[in-house]
Ligand binder design. Structure first.
Ligand code: SF4
Length: 382
C-alpha cells in the first residue's frame, strides 16, 4: 500500500483554491516564489524561533540573530543560483528591518508573559515543542493517507494533567471577539493529538496571538517630557523604555504607566490575544468526516480550477502566475523566471521526509531520547 501524507495546511489550501493547491502541493507542482519570502513569513518564523529558544532556556533574541543569519545566507545562495545575482540593497535592508522588528515583538511578548512561566497553570512538555506528527487518516484504494502537521508546543495542564496544544500566531489586525472553536487547523490538531495520545487525554487548544503592530513610542514634547495623551496606543514596556532612553524619572509617569498596565492586563490586549478552546467531541467527530472527504477528493486527482473570491486573492503568493494563465499570457515564462520547484524542503513537509519514531502516548513521547531522535536542523518527528 502506498503511503501519502497530506498536511493540515494542504487540506486548507485545497479548500481555499484548487489552483493554488496545484501550484503549492509537494505532490503537485511544488512551486515557490524566487526571491525574498513574504514579510509576514519572515516575522512569523523568527518570532517562533525566539519563543522556542526561550522554552529551551536559551536567549530568544540571540536565537533570532542566529536564525536570521542562517536564513539570509541560504536565501541569498538560492537566489544567486537561480537569478545569477543577489538581492537588491533595498531587499537586504528590508530583511534586516524585519529581523529587528521580530526582536522588538519578542521583547514585548516577554514583557507581557513571564519568560520562565509564559502560560500560567501549564507546564511545557519540552519534547513536544515544534513536534511534527503523522497519523493515519484514511485508507483509499491502495493508498494509506496520513495527516501531517507540526505542533508549536504541547503543554500539560497542572491541575487536570490533560495535554493542550499551544499555537503561536502573529496577527496584524485586532483579534477582539474572535472565536476559534470551529477553526479548521485547531480542530485538525486536536483530532491528531487524540489519535496519538488517546481519547480523553487532550484538554484543548490555546491560540496565542501576537501582534506584529508594535506599541507606539510616546512622543517627546518640546518641554523634553513625554506625552501623556489618553489615546496613545502604547504598552508599559515601551513607555518605560522611552522614559529610560530620555533619562527621565519614572515617578513622574506613574499615572500613565498604571493606565497602560490596566490596558495590557489579561488575555485580550491590543498586542496579545490568548484564547482557550476546550475540545468538543461532537465537533471533532464531524471534523474527522470533513477531513476524510477532502483527503479523498485530493487522492482522486481532482479537476483544478481557480477560486477568485470577491475580496480578492490577497492571501495568495501565486497571483502573477495565476493571472498569466487567466489572461492567456506566457505563463510558462512566468513559471520559469519567477518560481522554482522546491519539493519537501521546508516546514512540515521537510520534516515528514525524515524517518519517524512512532509514539502512542504522551508518556512515550516524554521517554523519547530526543538526542537520538534528532533528524536534523533541530526538528523532531514522530
Ligand atoms: S490568485 Fe486566487 S484564484 Fe489564482 S491561484 Fe491564487 S487563490 Fe487561486
Amino acid at each position: 500500500m502506498t503511503e501519502y501524507t497530506i498536511t493540515v495546511s494542504e487540506l486548507q489550501t485545497f479548500m481555499r483554491c484548487r489552483r493554488k493547491w496545484d501550484y503549492s502541493s509537494h505532490s503537485r507542482q511544488s512551486l515557490v516564489r524566487v526571491g525574498s519570502p513574504q514579510t509576514a513569513l519572515h516575522i512569523g518564523s523568527m518570532v517562533h524561533c525566539g519563543i522556542e529558544a526561550a522554552i529551551h532556556k536559551r536567549d530568544p533574541l540571540e536565537a533570532v540573530d542566529w536564525y536570521a543569519e542562517d536564513e539570509f545566507n541560504s536565501l541569498q545562495t538560492e537566489y544567486i543560483n537561480r537569478v545569477g545575482t543577489g538581492w537588491s540593497q533595498r531587499e537586504i535592508g528590508q530583511y534586516w528591518e524585519q529581523v529587528e522588528k521580530a526582536k522588538a515583538i519578542l521583547r514585548e511578548y516577554f514583557a507581557k508573559w513571564d519568560i520562565d512561566d509564559p502560560v500560567p497553570g501549564f507546564t511545557y512538555i519540552p519534547e513536544g515543542v515544534e513536534r511534527t506528527f503523522k497519523v493515519p487518516l484514511l485508507a483509499s484504494n491502495d493508498m494509506q493517507i496520513m495527516l501531517g502537521g507540526t505542533f508549536d508546543a504541547l503543554i500539560r495542564h497542572n491541575e487536570t494533567g490533560k495535554v493542550w496544544i499551544l499555537d503561536h500566531k502573529t496577527f496584524s489586525r485586532p483579534q477582539t471577539g474572535k472565536d476559534f472553536s470551529t477553526n479548521f487547523q485547531f480542530n485538525s490538531y486536536m483530532w491528531a493529538a487524540e489519535r496519538l495520545f488517546g481519547v480523553g487525554s487532550i484538554g484543548g487548544f490555546i491560540y496565542d496571538g501576537i501582534s506584529t503592530v508594535l506599541p507606539t513610542e510616546p512622543e517627546v514634547l518640546k518641554s523634553g517630557k513625554l506625552t501623556k495623551r489618553k489615546n496613545l496606543n502604547s504598552s508599559p514596556a515601551t513607555y518605560l523604555r522611552t522614559i529610560e532612553r530620555e533619562g527621565l524619572d519614572p515617578k513622574d509617569y506613574e499615572d500613565v504607566l498604571e493606565r497602560l498596565e490596566e490596558k495590557c492586563k489579561g488575555y485580550e490586549t491590543p498586542f496579545h490575544y490568548r484564547t482557550f478552546t476546550r475540545i468538543n467531541r461532537a465537533l471533532i467527530r464531524s471534523h474527522e468526516k470533513t477531513m476524510m472527504m477532502i483527503a479523498e477528493d485530493i487522492a482522486r486527482s481532482p479537476n483544478v480550477y481557480p477560486n477568485l473570491r470577491w475580496e480578492g486573492c490577497w492571501d495568495c503568493g501565486y497571483k502573477t502566475l495565476c493571472h498569466a494563465e487567466l489572461f492567456e499570457e506566457d505563463s510558462d515564462w512566468v513559471k520559469r523566471n519567477k518560481f522554482m520547484v522546491k519539493r519537501g524542503t521546508y516546514g512540515t513537509t521537510k520534516r515528514l521526509k525524515l524517518s519517524s519514531t512512532n509514539v502512542s502516548s504522551i508518556d512515550d513521547l516524554m521517554k523519547l531520547d530526543v538526542a537520538q531522535d534528532e533528524p536534523g536542523d533541530g526538528e523532531k518527528v514522530f
